[in-house]
Write a protein that binds this ligand. Structure first.
Ligand SMILES: *[C@@H]1O[C@H](CO)[C@@H](O)[C@H](O)[C@H]1NC(C)=O
Ligand SMILES: *[C@@H]1O[C@H](CO)[C@@H](O)[C@H](O)[C@H]1NC(C)=O
Ligand SMILES: *[C@@H]1O[C@H](CO)[C@@H](O)[C@H](O)[C@H]1NC(C)=O
Ligand SMILES: *[C@@H]1O[C@H](CO)[C@@H](O)[C@H](O)[C@H]1NC(C)=O
Ligand SMILES: *[C@@H]1O[C@H](CO)[C@@H](O)[C@H](O)[C@H]1NC(C)=O
Ligand SMILES: *[C@@H]1O[C@H](CO)[C@@H](O)[C@H](O)[C@H]1NC(C)=O
Ligand SMILES: *[C@@H]1O[C@H](CO)[C@@H](O)[C@H](O)[C@H]1NC(C)=O
Ligand SMILES: *[C@@H]1O[C@H](CO)[C@@H](O)[C@H](O)[C@H]1NC(C)=O
Ligand SMILES: *[C@@H]1O[C@H](CO)[C@@H](O)[C@H](O)[C@H]1NC(C)=O
Ligand SMILES: *[C@@H]1O[C@H](CO)[C@@H](O)[C@H](O)[C@H]1NC(C)=O
Ligand SMILES: *[C@@H]1O[C@H](CO)[C@@H](O)[C@H](O)[C@H]1NC(C)=O
Ligand SMILES: *[C@@H]1O[C@H](CO)[C@@H](O)[C@H](O)[C@H]1NC(C)=O
Ligand SMILES: [Cu+2]
Length: 534
């Protein structure tokens, strides 16, 4: 599913015209970090390989700031090819030059060169993450961002005894650049991950695996821990749980939510969730585990990754610790049930500001199309090339970054400001789509312009073109309100009646339900460029 979703990353750029500047006044602290990108040798599943890391670590270093701070991150590229870094979920008001996506806001940092990002934190509080943003480099070059409350403020929940990050990722035995290059050359699905990892370790159940290849979370009986869970896996939704323990989800995408007590979460790629977990069971070993939610015919590796929650004290650990009661791989209802419970805090301290009157409305059909390869055989279905599209346009990455082209007014040949607000052809999106909808989407670099301050609504419509599946969508430069989701085709009169305009979650990444729709709303208050999705 990588290639199909990959292409979805690359689509919609909104230029927000600046009508007035808003001054922010914050008693912000300045932080400095040094990131060295380099090839580093790692061994997992009895396979040793070199892979791109930051500072030789997998996952990479954690950036820790307080709300409103600024971090300067000097990135020095000692690797073999050009790379950029993106600060996923950091809105960076009026600072698009440091957002990171390759050839969208900057050219890649070439080997031997460096670039200093100025990362401006504003309203975010909780957990986010950073990752490389060139081809598939994000699979190994990524790490957590922890945003603490400002000095003198506390969490809107009990102060945890300790805080830990729990970063889910994919492990590939093969070289990622080769996997990516081969897939783009042939138009085929990229190879599947060989394992998933928790904090860099695959756990006990893959080949060449045992207790020493699992992350151990040490806990003291009776204490409460804040786990900052990040899904950095390559394009795969995950169920996550801890055996025989319930926990409480208190934040998502660096915004607090009304507490949800549960024994599992469903986390889409790119999302972050903060959970409170109390070590209140018999001292022992318990598995913490993650495995895919994959309700689709597209292939995936569905094996679970495990970590060990290890109570302190003296006891004989079980030979096989208990495994969490996770929903089945295809349990769409369990996934929807969890996602559907998420609500903003929406109180006086953490108010919501949901647009109710919409200035700009966009309807976007998500399809996984095929481009036929005349006179040659490509690697996708029927010898065609897979190409995801939005409103029948497959994004083509330019060779001059779009932000520079816009800034210097040299858009000619780089992009066209004509991304359609509606699909060119209305069909039964989630019904029997027939094959007239499948072939040869238009390939282009199309951009949508949005006026500064406008209230924007986007309806994402999943389709049955290709294999229907959950599609993660992510917006750069903004958090947005997820005001509604539903199954089947969006219906302008009926569907909007179910919108939650009171306390919808404020997020930066959503999963558009398989064969369903999702609506988001936000105010276009961050001039610069906006770049969408995964
Ligand atoms: C970063 O690059 C600049 C020029 O592009 C150079 O002057 C500087 O020494 C470099 N800094 C580091 C730490 O490599
Ligand atoms: C990529 O393709 C080349 C040439 O066909 C092949 O030698 C190599 O093994 C492939 N690598 C991967 C990771 O698929
Ligand atoms: C556990 O796995 C590691 C990595 O494969 C291996 O080096 C080690 O020998 C194994 N330990 C045991 C006790 O099997
Ligand atoms: C978890 O929550 C469920 C439902 O509220 C409850 O039945 C169960 O006893 C709880 N389990 C633990 C270990 O607290
Ligand atoms: C999942 O694990 C089983 C063994 O437990 C193995 O046979 C299978 O190949 C693995 N599947 C993938 C896709 O890695
Ligand atoms: C989903 O929620 C409904 C209503 O709360 C419940 O009846 C159903 O059992 C849940 N399904 C799953 C799979 O959790
Ligand atoms: C970005 O542009 C450079 C040329 O400036 C090009 O070599 C590179 O392939 C482009 N990257 C992508 C992802 O298209
Ligand atoms: C845009 O580019 C095309 C082809 O490169 C050229 O013919 C045309 O004159 C350019 N238009 C402008 C306004 O620069
Ligand atoms: C669309 O397809 C679905 C599923 O096949 C079907 O139930 C529905 O009636 C169709 N809608 C229209 C308007 O044809
Ligand atoms: C449409 O589908 C039919 C039957 O599945 C197939 O024979 C035909 O080749 C398809 N059309 C195109 C343009 O590929
Ligand atoms: C997509 O665009 C192509 C080329 O213009 C056209 O042939 C096809 O019918 C369009 N498909 C849809 C679903 O709009
Ligand atoms: C979420 O819940 C709402 C209202 O309870 C319902 O209308 C909607 O269909 C649910 N969404 C999904 C994807 O199940
Ligand atoms: Cu992002």
């Amino acid at each position: 599913m990588g290639l199909k979703k990959m292409d979805l990353i690359l689509w919609f750029i909104g230029f927000l015209f600046l009508n007035g500047l808003v001054e922010l006044s914050t008693a912000a602290n300045i932080h400095h970090y040094s990131f060295i990108l380099k090839e580093t040798s790692f061994t997992r599943l009895c396979t040793t390989k070199n892979m791109l890391t930051v500072n030789g670590m997998f996952p990479g270093p954690t950036i820790t700031v307080r709300k409103g701070d600024t971090a300067f991150i000097n990135v020095h590229n000692d690797g073999k090819y050009g790379v950029t870094i993106h600060w996923h979920g950091v809105k960076q008001p009026r600072n698009p030059w440091s957002d990171g996506p390759e050839n969208i806001t900057q050219c890649p940092i070439q080997p031997g060169k460096n670039f200093t990002y100025e990362v401006n934190f504003s309203s975010e509080e909780g957990t986010l993450w950073w990752h490389a943003h060139s081809d598939w480099s994000r699979a190994t070059a990524h790490g957590p961002i922890v945003i603490l409350p400002p000095v003198g403020n506390s969490y809107p929940f009990q102060t945890p005894y300790q805080e830990k990050t729990v970063l889910l990722a994919s492990w590939f035995n093969e070289d990622l650049k080769q996997i990516y290059d081969n897939s783009t050359a042939t138009g085929a699905e990229p190879d599947l991950a060989d394992a998933y990892t928790i904090n860099g370790w695959q756990g006990v159940s893959y080949s060449c695996s045992n207790e020493t290849t699992a992350y151990h979370l040490q806990v003291d009986n009776g204490n409460t821990y804040l786990l900052r869970v990040i899904n950095a896996a390559m394009n795969i939704e995950m169920f996550f749980g801890i055996a025989q323990h319930n926990f409480t989800v208190v934040a998502q995408d660096a915004a607090y939510i009304k507490p949800i007590t549960t024994n599992y979460i469903m986390i889409s790629p790119g999302q972050t969730m903060d959970i409170l977990f109390t070590a209140n069971q018999k001292p022992s070993y318990y598995f913490m585990a993650a495995r895919p939610f994959a309700d689709t015919t597209a292939p995936s590796n569905n094996n679970a990754t495990t970590a060990i929650v290890q109570y302190s004290g003296s006891y004989t650990p079980p030979l096989t610790p208990p495994f969490p009661d996770l929903p089945g791989i295809t349990d769409k209802q369990a996934a929807d049930n969890f996602t559907n419970q998420t609500r903003s805090l929406a109180n006086s301290e953490y108010p919501v500001n949901v647009p109710t009157k919409i200035d700009k409305s966009i309807f976007m059909a998500i399809a996984v199309n095929q481009i036929v390869c005349p006179g040659q055989s490509c690697g996708g279905p029927d010898g065609n090339r897979l190409a995801a599209s939005l409103n029948n346009i497959t994004f083509s990455t330019p060779t001059l970054d779009i932000l520079t082209a816009y800034y210097w007014n040299i858009s000619n040949g780089t992009y066209t400001p004509d991304f359609p607000s509606r699909p060119p052809h209305i069909y039964n999106f989630t019904g029997d789509v027939g094959n007239s909808t499948i072939y040869n989407p238009v390939v282009g670099t199309n951009v949508t312009k949005v006026k500064y301050g406008d209230a924007v609504e986007i309806v994402f419509q999943g389709t049955n073109v290709g294999s229907a599946e959950n599609h993660p969508m992510h917006l750069h430069g903004f958090s947005f309100y997820l005001v509604g989701t539903g199954s089947g085709n969006f219906n302008a009169t009926n569907s909007s009646q179910s919108y939650n305009l009171v306390d919808p979650p404020l997020v930066n990444t959503i999963g558009v339900p398989k064969d369903g729709w999702a609506t988001i709303r936000f105010f276009a208050n961050n001039p610069g460029e906006v770049y969408m999705s995964y």
